[in-house]
Write a protein that binds this ligand. Structure first.
Ligand code: ZN
Length: 224
């Protein structure tokens, strides 16, 4: 089989992955289960938010704010649920034997995280590729691995590396490449107020790091 035909097949599949991605967002990613905070922690968090409102000079007893501390605590519980999830549990039963040996790329995985310096969101997309070495993983699981690490306090560089290293560990593939591009609200809303700056980080492991041809094929797939 010529390289071109194989590439064409791969690209068809990639188009499919991208379409499927929106389904991953709405169904699997929202329906997932995470352990709630331990007893007492949610109450503590609620109290902290009430103190926060008082500390900025607000009246935490006024009508619009009276339920805010409890709501904000629930939101923070959700946004940091990655601390209470494990990649091992998520990939359990979703790794399959396969002869595939071409790059598998899941593009445009929506990503929402919180910067650990300001507790403000950074939002963007992750692109995750690997070269199977006997094993492949269900597509939706790739998005969920991204979420496990995004739903913590993070810096983008560490998030990128953690996604790549965890895939390396659970799939033992020929290589893993992760690119994250995100906008940081701590930069956009305050401080330097750079409205359009997009931060890009990457982590290349295995053959993506060692082999220039693999790397350039990955980069050209990203541009398509
Ligand atoms: Zn920040």
């Amino acid at each position: 089989m010529t390289k071109n035909i194989r590439r064409a097949g791969l690209i068809d599949r990639l188009t499919m992955l991208r379409t499927h991605n929106s389904e991953i967002e709405t169904e699997d990613r929202l329906a997932r289960h995470a352990e709630p905070l331990p007893p007492g922690q949610l109450g503590k968090l609620t109290k902290v938010y009430r103190d926060l409102l008082d500390a900025i000079g607000e009246d935490s007893t006024r009508e619009g704010l009276v339920r805010t501390p409890a709501r904000a605590a629930r939101a923070m519980e959700f946004l940091t649920q990655g601390y209470r999830q494990s990649v091992e549990e998520i990939v359990n039963n979703a790794i399959f034997d396969s002869d595939a040996s071409e790059i598998i790329l899941v593009k445009d995985i929506e990503l929402y995280s919180l910067c650990e310096h300001h507790l403000l969101p950074f939002i963007g997309r992750a692109h995750v590729a690997y070269i199977p070495n006997g094993k492949v993983i269900g597509l939706s699981k790739v998005a969920r691995i991204v979420d496990v690490f995004a739903r913590r306090l993070q810096i983008q560089e560490n998030l990128t590396t953690q996604i790549a290293e965890s895939l390396m560990k659970c799939l033992e593939p020929g290589g893993v490449a992760v690119v994250v591009e995100a906008k940081h609200l701590c930069m956009m809303m305050r401080g330097v107020e750079k409205q359009n700056s997009l931060m890009k980080t990457s982590c290349l492991l295995g053959s993506f790091k060692d082999d220039a041809r693999t790397r350039s094929e990955f980069l050209s797939l990203l541009k398509e």
